[in-house]
Write a protein that binds this ligand. Structure first.
Ligand SMILES: Cc1cc2nc3c(=O)[nH]c(=O)nc-3n(C[C@H](O)[C@H](O)[C@H](O)COP(=O)(O)O)c2cc1C
Ligand SMILES: [Fe+2]
Ligand SMILES: [Fe+2]
Length: 406
């Protein structure tokens, strides 16, 4: 059975939802699922914008066949070749042998590499600024390299103001009937998963997202709909989400607040993390989030590190090193290019405490534009009463820094 929704005149969502996949890209948990969005324009010509993951191919085909109602599919526009969108290309080519494929040079190369036979079809190679007319709709193509792969482009329909934004402005979470961001409580129910999607998937390519935002900025008043490849379509309050993207891609904290991530084997470092959280709240700093790195998937930690202005890392020393899971969180923050944060450190060691120095060295030498506060809380096995003043000093320094009195 088909399952489609109308985006606006002549334009339909023909994608599908996935609640079966446990790990997106085989790495990021998606407990609330994900959608693969594809869009069909029925103009004088019929145009399919992107396809879906292989697991959703059947639903895509039923949707497209239903809407075409016997018409030919004239064009397939491929904005992004990653297999969560491109995997069904070959099936479209087989079903509609006359379909013409529109994409970038790099995307055609990737199609070939993935074993798709686009070359047996008419291939229309487009580049930045090219336009194409499908009847009453004229689109213009905008290169979007590294958002999220090098071949990516976005397509702007100048007739109705629809921006097919590829992975940009996407989110985890299956749509489950809702199509538009204004049909859900986005700020309450979706923003955390949208942040986790963007920061983990495209976080590394902030400058490339910035470039795209700059280009979009030039036509902002003309953009009426943002149609991403995952998550809801935006037709209201576009500025809200564009502003979030702007912050994330500039590595600017979204909120003044503290992420406390701790690594603890027997609970003593954990107790110190909790004690610090309480002290902060006593001082009126209540925007505090505490996570155990050992039982929190790093994608959540990354999302939170992009959200908050201040990050406290509390780690045991482990065989003269930083606890491996904490080390991997640090490596991930570096890999995703996180910048402009203020760190505070809690270290623990029972005979040769090293974790604080090692974390500080990593932050200072491997990461960009980070500040590490001087006040470090150093524990010998556990937090004892004699450390109360140090704990309080750390909380005060953090509070001052948060209140802008560094
Ligand atoms: C496997 C293992 C290796 C450790 N390696 C070190 C070490 O090299 N240097 C050190 O000072 N403490 C070491 N510790 C002690 C911890 O850093 C920490 O002091 C202790 O686990 C108490 O903190 P916790 O309750 O938060 O786990 C080690 C502990 C374990 C279980
Ligand atoms: Fe992608
Ligand atoms: Fe994607």
């Amino acid at each position: 059975m088909y399952c489609v929704r109308t985006v606006t005149n002549d334009l339909y969502w023909v994608g599908a939802n996935d609640h079966r996949l446990t790990l997106f890209e085989n790495i990021h948990p998606i407990p609330k699922g994900v959608s693969y969005n594809a869009y069909l324009l029925l103009d004088e010509k019929s145009v399919l914008f992107d396809t879906v993951d292989w697991s959703a191919c059947r639903q895509l085909l039923e949707n497209v066949e239903h809407l075409l109602d016997g018409r030919e599919l004239d064009y397939l526009v491929i904005n992004h070749m990653e297999p969560d969108h491109g995997a069904s290309i070959e099936e479209i080519l087989l079903r509609w042998p006359n379909v013409k494929v529109i994409s970038t040079e790099k995307a055609f190369l990737l199609m070939h590499q993935f074993g798709f036979h686009a070359d047996s079809h008419e291939c229309i190679q487009v580049k930045e600024g090219d336009t194409f007319c499908f009847g009453s709709h004229t689109v213009t193509f905008v290169a979007a390299p590294m958002v999220h792969w090098p071949e990516a482009m976005v397509t702007f329909d100048t007739t109705n103001g629809v921006l097919f934004s590829a992975d940009a402005f996407g989110s985890f979470i299956a749509l489950d009937g809702k199509l538009f961001a204004d049909e859900v409580n986005f700020d309450r129910d979706w923003i955390d998963e949208a942040r986790r999607y963007l920061t983990n998937i495209v976080g590394k390519y902030g400058p490339h997202v910035q470039l795209l935002l700059k280009q979009a900025g030039g036509i902002l008043d003309q953009i009426k709909f943002i149609c991403p490849l995952h998550g809801p379509v935006w037709r209201q309050d576009l500025g809200y989400f564009i502003d979030k993207y702007d912050k994330w891609s500039r590595y600017e904290p979204e909120e003044k607040g503290v992420l406390i991530a701790y690594a603890s084997m027997y609970g003593n470092t954990e107790a110190a993390a909790q004690a610090l959280a309480s002290r902060l709240c006593e001082k009126g700093i209540t925007n505090v989030a505490v996570y155990d790195v050992s039982n929190t998937h790093v994608s959540y930690l990354i999302a939170e590190s992009f959200k908050y202005s201040h990050i406290v890392l509390a780690s045991v020393t482990y065989n003269l090193g930083v606890y491996p899971v904490m080390k991997s969180f640090l490596e991930d923050m570096k890999a995703l290019n996180l910048q402009n944060r203020t760190f505070a450190l809690i270290e623990n060691g029972s005979w040769a405490c090293k974790s604080g120095d090692l974390m500080e060295k990593f932050i200072n030498e491997e990461m960009k534009n980070m500040t590490v506060l001087n006040e470090r809380l150093s524990l010998a096995s556990s937090l004892q009463g004699d450390k109360a003043a140090e704990l309080d000093a750390l909380a005060s320094t953090l509070a001052d820094s948060l209140n802008g009195q560094e």
